[in-house]
Design a protein around this ligand. Structure first.
Ligand SMILES: Cc1cc2nc3c(=O)[nH]c(=O)nc-3n(C[C@H](O)[C@H](O)[C@H](O)COP(=O)(O)O)c2cc1C
Length: 202
């Protein structure tokens, strides 16, 4: 499947085969692809909580308005981010780079994030959106379907997964084998309602 087809056929699927599981190698492949997603300064601050405990899935489902995807999908990822990754051994993000690049990047990371709580949160959510799409398109290319989800009680799910205080939850992503196609598309806006040439008109 090429990229165009993966984009065109990715849909938010609500019904997954609860008996199907991705193999370990498929899971590894998908997660390795996801890891190639871009992050500003390459800080890779996403944290992917893979929930395979059936009881925990059931409790998350209860906190997600009983949405069946949570228990039935092969893979349930609570997509989190560490908003303080920028200050946790940042040399690891550039360990393969030449010395001059490291000398530039490491202070730049500190300068960009230090004391800027909103930026830390914005970047975490920005990066999470990108990796989410990588996961969904990667899954599609492997013949699977997905559903991005934020229809849940974030505090309750944070509690259930023991979310650290300096992390946030961006969304959940259910991935698996669809048993029913998605409903027809809700309706895409015409391009002229979303494309702005050069600047907004006041
Ligand atoms: C951040 C986000 C959260 C969403 N949350 C849910 C959800 O909780 N449950 C659900 O069934 N679909 C959810 N969706 C799916 C959207 O309803 C769906 O993407 C949208 O209607 C467009 O349909 P499509 O993805 O099939 O093209 C979510 C989508 C996004 C991007």
């Amino acid at each position: 499947m090429d990229t165009f087809e993966a984009i065109e056929t990715r849909r938010a699927v609500k019904h997954f085969d609860p008996r199907h599981r991705l193999s370990d190698s498929e899971q590894e492949h998908l997660l390795s692809l996801a890891l190639l997603s871009p992050t500003a300064f390459n800080i890779q601050h996403w944290r992917l909580v893979l929930v395979d405990d059936a009881d925990l899935r059931a409790r998350i489902r209860a906190a997600a308005w009983d949405q069946a995807q949570v228990t039935d999908a092969s893979l349930l990822i609570v997509l989190c981010a560490d908003t303080k990754a920028w200050q946790k051994d940042p040399a690891r993000y550039w360990r393969n780079a030449p010395g001059p690049v490291q000398d530039f990047m490491l202070p730049a990371i500190q300068h960009y994030y230090q004391g800027r709580e909103q930026v830390q949160r914005d970047e975490a959510l920005r990066s999470s959106g990108i990796i989410a799409q990588t996961l969904m398109l990667g899954a599609r290319a492997m013949g699977y379907d997905s559903c991005p989800m934020d229809g849940f009680d974030f505090d309750a799910v944070g509690e259930l997964i023991a979310l650290p205080a300096d992390h946030l939850i961006a969304m959940m992503i259910a991935i698996g084998k669809a048993t029913e196609p998605a409903r027809p598309r809700g309706g895409q806006l015409p391009l002229d309602q979303i494309v702005v040439r050069n600047r907004f008109s006041r």
